[in-house]
Design a protein around this ligand. Structure first.
Ligand code: FAD
Length: 402
């Protein structure tokens, strides 16, 4: 097709979902000069959630657009001393906390802190809360969104960043239910003050008996985020706000290494998540509509890459769309999808494999421990990746970054 440089008006981009992927994409797009509006169903951003990791692969591109200071302020750097253990406390080996250059670009982050930092950097009025999207249509010229309270919006590009339960996904592919992993995750936060001897700059993972447990700091180390992964037959809704049973959580890890048992006595409340992913979708785009983040490639959390991949998506999409006219959008979105899919398909599959390792369901413990050691190589390749550089190179443009 003939694609031409857009000398006219700015492309109008509507993003449905003000979560990790939607707000990160908005920031990358605003920096590249697009006219961006984010529609979020919640009445307020970032009210719920727990901790997640931001790794070098997404941090390097966020820092380039000005987030070095803000994320350093709200995150907790996680570094040396981070370890894998068997459930009884036997050390399995170190956890990788740098890229190949030794850059320790790894933060434990409270989801609400991250969302607030991303939102604060957007222009006034860019994010519209209280907008639950219920419908989509498009023609050759424009895409239209419909909201539950009756409002409508028009755009040249619609980004569906509406999470694993995406309502817009059905406008791209046949509806297909997410796959249940057989595990639930209990997550919550404990004040560091209650665990004075705990190292507040490390990531610790204990593995065994079909379960695993991890702890890492968030909010400058003032809070410790814990996650207990437990097998269950009951499917539970994937949600950022379902209240869990702390006694059930404690019982699940009774007899494990003493620091976990001790931490669990300090837990006052916790949330739980049913863990779901999807097999790679047959497509991420339909005309002017493109899926991003969990809506496109929901993955299990066992590599901690869901949000990181959503952030990479937004960076790449802003580069692919740059300079294009509205008529080019459908073809540009296809090119973007072809660029991103090999990486996210691989990470979706590896996240499943890593979950089996963490739950000690992949052969003998000795074999599992060896695999944990060798999987550091894969993690290095994840962390070393520079999506901005790769996208610019794919498009034959010279990266402005080293
Ligand atoms: C236990 C656990 C641990 C995890 N740990 C990590 C980690 O360490 N690192 C990591 O990178 N990832 C981690 N993840 C994954 C990560 O949380 C997700 O991959 C990430 O949040 C996906 O971002 P998203 O923007 O696609 O979706 P979300 O962050 O879920 O955001 C979707 C947004 O869309 C809004 N929305 C939904 N429907 C509509 C609608 N109809 N109209 C308007 N708005 C709508 C929602 O309210 C929400 O704000 C973890 C996940 C779990 C469950």
């Amino acid at each position: 097709m003939n694609r031409h440089v857009n000398m006219g008006r700015k492309l109008r981009v509507a993003i449905v979902g003000g979560g990790m992927g939607g707000l990160a994409a908005a920031n990358f797009l605003v920096r590249r000069g697009f006219d961006v509006t984010v529609y979020e169903q919640a009445g307020k951003l970032g009210e719920v959630g727990a901790g997640l990791f931001i790794y070098p692969n997404s941090l390097r591109v966020l820092e380039r657009i000005g987030f070095q200071g803000p994320l350093n302020q709200v995150g907790a750097k996680v570094g040396p001393g981070s370890q894998y253990y068997r459930m009884d406390g036997t050390v399995v080996g170190p956890i990788l906390t740098t890229d190949s250059n030794g850059w320790n670009g790894m933060y434990g982050m409270h989801r609400a802190d991250m969302l607030n930092a991303l939102a604060a950097a957007l222009p006034e009025g860019c994010v519209r809360t209280g907008h639950r999207c219920t419908g989509f249509e498009q023609d050759e010229q424009v895409a239209r969104l419909f909201f539950a309270h009756g409002a409508q919006a028009e755009a040249d590009v619609v980004i569906a960043a509406d999470g694993i339960q995406s309502v817009l996904q059905k406008f791209v592919v046949e509806p297909q239910a997410p796959e249940y992993s057989g595990s639930r995750a209990y997550r919550g936060l404990v004040s560091r003050d209650k665990l004075a001897t705990w190292n507040d700059r490390t990531h610790q993972v204990w593995m065994g008996d079909g379960k695993h447990f991890m702890v890492f700091p968030v909010r400058g180390g003032t809070l410790l985020n814990y996650v207990g992964f437990v097998p269950t037959g009951d499917e539970l809704a994937e949600s950022w706000s379902a209240v869990g049973d702390r006694d059930e959580l404690a019982a699940s890890f009774a007899g494990w290494h003493a620091p976990i048992v001790d931490l669990l006595t300090k837990v006052e409340s916790c949330f739980w998540w049913g863990l779901y992913d999807r097999l790679p979708l047959s497509s991420w785009t339909n005309g002017r509509l493109v899926l991003l983040g969990d809506a496109a490639h929901a993955m299990l959390p066992h590599l901690g890459q869901g949000a990181n991949q959503a952030i990479e998506d937004g960076c790449a999409l802003s580069i692919f769309l740059e300079g294009h006219a509205p008529a080019d959008v459908p073809a540009v979105l296809k090119d973007y999808e072809a660029f991103r899919r090999p990486r996210t398909d691989l990470i979706q599959a590896e996240a499943r494999r890593n979950g089996l390792r963490y739950d000690s369901r992949s052969g003998s413990l000795e074999q599992r421990d060896r695999e944990i050691a060798t999987s550091a190589q894969f993690r290095k390749s994840l962390y070393d990746y520079d999506v901005e550089k790769d996208a610019l190179e794919r498009l034959g443009r010279v990266p402005a970054v080293a």
